[in-house]
Design a protein. Structure first.
Length: 455
C-alpha cells in the first residue's frame, strides 16, 4: 500500500500508483462500478461462488475488488489477478441483477488491464498467444491449414500411434482427455464444401448471412452445412460472406480488445456489403460478441452506426427459425430404431444470458415428433467450458462438469444437446469421464437428422 498513495485535492502531493492500478483506473467503467447495489441477487446465479461460498468469487465480490482499486484503497496483486481470471465470464449474474450492471464489460476491462500489465506469462505462452490470436484465428486460410494438419493427424494413424505409445501421458491429464474427444477436423470450410449462396425452399422470407466462425468452420464444418440447409428449408436465402473473419470473442475475453475491434470492423464491412436482413450464428459464444459489436465499437464514431446495424441483425439460428422462419417438420429418425429417444438440453451461457435466447431451442425440440424432451435441472448453470476456461482453470471446470453430469443422469436422456461448440466438447468430456453411452450433439445436427425436407 505504501507505493499507492492517494492524496486529497489541493494538498499538492504527487500521486504514485501501482502500474496495474493506474491501468485499471483508466479502463474500468466508474458508472458500472457504482451501479452495483451489493444486493446479492447475483450470488446464487454465480457458479464460482456456489462452488466455493467465498464472497470474492462472486460478481459482487469481484466488483468490490475492482472498485477498491479504482478508489485507491488497495493495490491489485497476484490474488486480485487470480480472482479476475477465475471468473467464468458466463454472465449469469446479468439477468439476475436488478440494477442492470454490465458485469461482462467490467470483467473484460479488468482483464484487458491485467493482460496489458502482466509479466507472469512464460515466454512460450506469450508466443503461443500471439501466434494463435493474431496469426491463426483471424485468418481463415490458416485455420483451414490447421484443420488439414489435424485431419491428417487423426486419419493417417498418427493419432492412434500417439495414444498407443503413451505419448499422451506427457500432456496434463485434462488436455489428454480433450484430445480424446475432439471431433474429426476438416481442411475445407462450409464455402469450400457447398459454395457461398443458397436459394430458399418455397416462398422466400428474407436473406440470411451465415456467420461461419473460425474454429466452428474447421472442427464442425458439417454443422455449418446443416445450418444452411435448415435455413433454406425455413424459407431463407443464405449468403456466406467470404471476407468474414473470427468473431473476436476469445480476444475480447482474454484482454486483447484492440484485436477484437479490428475483427469486428472487418465482419461489419463483409456483412454490410452482402446486404443481408439477418445474421445467423450457431455458436452461442460467437453470437454473444457479435450482438455486442455496438458496445465494442461505441467509442469509434466512424463505425458506431454500422456496428449498431450489425448487432441488431444477429440472431441464433433457433431464434431465427422460431421468430421469422417457417419451422420445418421434424420426425424421429430411422437411425433411432425402436428405442425411445429422450433428449435434454444444456444452455449455452452466452446464448441464454447475453443473447437472451432460452425458449427458442426448447420450442424446436418439443416439435420433434416421436422424441421426448426432458428439462435438465439447472440447465442455465455453466458447464465449465467458458471459451478456454476448461484449459486455463481445469480444477474449477472439472468440479462444475461433475455436478452437471450428475444432473444429466437424473433425466434418463439418451441424447444431450447444446448450441455452442465449447459446451458440446465439455459435455462430451463429461460423458467420456463417466463412461456413459449418451450421445452429445449440437442442436442443429440433431434437428437436421430428423428434418422432413420439402419436395
Amino acid at each position: 500500500m505504501a507505493e499507492n498513495r492517494q492524496q486529497s485535492a489541493g494538498t499538492g502531493t504527487i500521486t504514485k500508483l501501482n502500474p496495474l492500478a493506474e491501468k485499471l483506473q483508466l479502463r474500468l467503467d466508474e458508472d458500472q462500478l457504482t451501479n452495483c447495489m451489493r444486493c446479492g441477487f447475483c450470488l446464487p446465479a454465480c457458479p464460482t461462488f456456489r462452488e466455493t461460498g467465498i464472497e470474492a468469487e462472486s460478481p459482487r465480490g469481484r466488483i468490490a475488488l475492482m472498485k477498491a482499486v479504482a478508489d485507491g484503497l488497495m493495490d491489485p496483486d497476484a490474488a486480485f489477478e487470480e480472482q479476475m481470471n477465475h471468473c467464468l465470464g458466463c454472465r449469469a449474474c446479468e439477468p439476475a441483477c436488478p440494477a442492470d450492471v454490465k458485469y461482462g464489460q467490467l470483467i473484460e476491462q479488468a482483464r484487458d488491464a491485467i493482460e496489458d500489465h502482466t509479466t507472469s506469462h512464460r515466454w512460450w505462452v506469450k508466443g503461443l498467444r500471439k501466434t494463435m490470436f493474431r496469426g491463426v484465428f483471424p485468418k481463415q486460410e490458416r485455420m483451414q491449414l490447421l484443420g488439414r494438419a489435424m485431419s491428417l493427424y487423426q486419419r493417417s494413424g498418427l493419432q492412434r500411434l500417439a495414444r498407443g505409445s503413451g505419448l499422451m501421458k506427457l500432456l496434463p491429464s485434462h488436455l489428454a482427455e480433450m484430445e480424446a474427444i475432439l471431433p474429426p477436423a476438416s481442411g475445407q470450410g462450409v464455402i469450400e464444401r457447398i459454395g457461398d449462396r443458397h436459394r430458399a425452399k418455397g416462398e422466400r422470407i428474407g436473406t440470411v448471412g451465415l456467420f461461419r466462425g473460425c474454429i466452428m468452420d474447421v472442427m464442425f464444418t458439417d454443422t455449418n452445412v446443416k445450418t444452411v440447409e435448415l435455413l433454406t428449408e425455413a424459407g431463407f436465402d443464405v449468403v456466406i460472406p467470404k471476407a468474414q473473419q473470427c468473431c473476436g470473442a476469445l480476444h475480447a475475453h482474454s484482454g486483447e480488445p484492440e484485436e477484437a475491434r479490428s475483427l469486428a470492423r472487418g465482419n461489419i464491412e463483409a456483412f454490410k456489403q452482402a446486404g443481408v436482413d439477418y445474421i445467423a450464428t450457431n455458436a452461442g459464444g460467437c453470437g454473444a460478441i457479435l450482438v455486442e459489436y455496438d458496445h465494442l465499437l461505441h467509442e469509434d464514431y466512424k463505425w458506431e452506426a454500422d456496428a449498431k446495424w450489425f448487432a441488431s441483425r444477429v440472431m441464433d439460428i433457433s431464434d431465427l427459425l422460431v421468430r421469422y422462419g417457417r419451422i420445418p417438420r421434424f420426425l424421429e429418425s430411422a437411425a433411432d430404431g425402436d428405442k425411445q429417444v429422450r433428449i435434454t438440453y444444456q444452455d449455452s451461457c452466452h446464448l441464454r444470458n447475453v443473447m437472451r435466447s432460452a425458449d427458442a431451442p426448447r420450442t424446436l425440440m418439443r416439435q420433434i415428433e416421436g422424441v421426448a424432451y426432458v428439462e435438465l435441472p439447472e440447465a442455465d448453470r455453466c458447464c465449465g467450458s467458458a471459451g478456454i476456461y476448461n484449459i486455463t482453470q481445469p480444477e474449477m471446470a472439472a468440479s462444475l462438469l461433475e455436478g452437471k453430469m450428475a444432473q444429466v443422469e437424473t433425466t434418463g436422456a439418451t441424447h444431450v444437446l447444446t448450441s455452442n461448440p465449447g459446451c458440446l466438447l465439455q459435455m462430451k468430456l463429461g460423458e467420456h469421464r463417466c463412461g456413459g453411452s449418451r450421445q452429445v450433439e449440437h442442436l442443429v445436427d440433431f434437428l437436421h437428422e430428423r428434418l422432413v425436407k420439402q419436395l
